[in-house]
Design a binder for this molecule. Structure first.
Ligand SMILES: [Zn+2]
Ligand SMILES: [Zn+2]
Length: 270
């Protein structure tokens, strides 16, 4: 058996990896790695958002009419729980304050503007789009999974990117900022676990109470958190004047704490 030499760190778990995404390498000249076919498959539904021509420079995909239609449907749905009514109220307020229009006009105008070639949304508009996406994504967590629709990888990515960098847009990122592209890829792949965190943490708690072995995803989740830390540490060491160094260092710990990192670390140390 030949053992391939590791060339990079798996996007999902950070383990040494030698399998490279060929679409990203050939179309965008950026090397992105998977340690195994299993992790490649698991990462794919999220990775495909930025795969190939979109890999570098990585950009948050433009707000689409499909997303506007989804937000409009949710706005008109009878709320099943209080948090959904709050989401609807927030959507109305964001649209009115950020664009001066009612919800339907704001959604359609933003989608039309974002789809024009070379279009650049204003900061206010980018903030409204980010808020709409976060709301579209959070809806997924508040309804029974069978009614939740498509997992909100894009929405969760936008939300994580915003939490960690303080930005709602990456339109002005230099094309040669490969570190930024890798950051986006690590964050977009992170979302396949992020949207499962509540479920995994409940399983961790149940296993602790019953004295049973930890669920397999607990170790993967911890590896993913560790790999984000390793990436940020490495990026900052490599390029101390990188514009993202400061916000990432400032925000990463609270971001991971909100995702249960300390509880997970303790549970896995036993
Ligand atoms: Zn892996
Ligand atoms: Zn790819």
């Amino acid at each position: 058996m030949t053992v391939a030499t590791a060339k990079g760190a798996c996007l999902l778990c950070g383990a040494p990896a030698s399998a490279r995404c060929s679409a990203c390498a050939s179309k965008s000249g950026v090397d992105l790695w998977s340690c195994s076919a299993e992790h490649q498959e698991r990462a794919w539904p999220a990775h495909k958002i930025l795969c190939g021509e979109r890999a570098n420079p990585a950009r948050i995909p433009a707000f689409s009419q499909k997303e506007a239609d989804l937000a409009w449907r949710r706005y008109n749905q009878t709320p099943a729980v209080d948090s959904q009514a709050e989401i609807q109220e927030q959507l109305k307020m964001m649209c009115e304050l950020g664009t001066g229009k009612d919800v339907k006009a704001a959604l359609d105008d933003l989608a039309a503007k974002a789809s024009r070639p070379g279009a650049k949304l204003s900061d206010d508009e980018a903030d409204v789009v980010a808020a709409i996406r976060v709301m579209n994504g959070s809806w997924y967590c508040t309804v029974p999974p069978e009614h939740a629709g498509k997992p909100p990888y894009l929405e969760t990515f936008v939300s994580a990117y915003h939490s960690l960098t303080g930005r709602t847009s990456c339109d002005d990122i230099a094309a040669d900022d490969i570190l930024h592209s890798e950051l986006c890829h690590r964050l977009v792949v992170h979302t396949v676990l992020h949207i499962q965190v509540d479920r995994i943490m409940l399983q961790v708690k149940a296993a602790q109470e019953k004295g049973e072995p930890m669920p397999a995803d607990a170790a993967l989740l911890k590896a993913n958190y560790d790999s984000l830390r390793t990436f940020v540490r490495g990026a900052v060491a490599q390029k101390p004047d990188w514009p993202f160094a400061e916000p990432l260092e400032a925000n990463l710990s609270s971001f991971l704490t909100n995702l249960g990192e300390p509880v997970l670390r303790k549970a896995l140390a036993v």
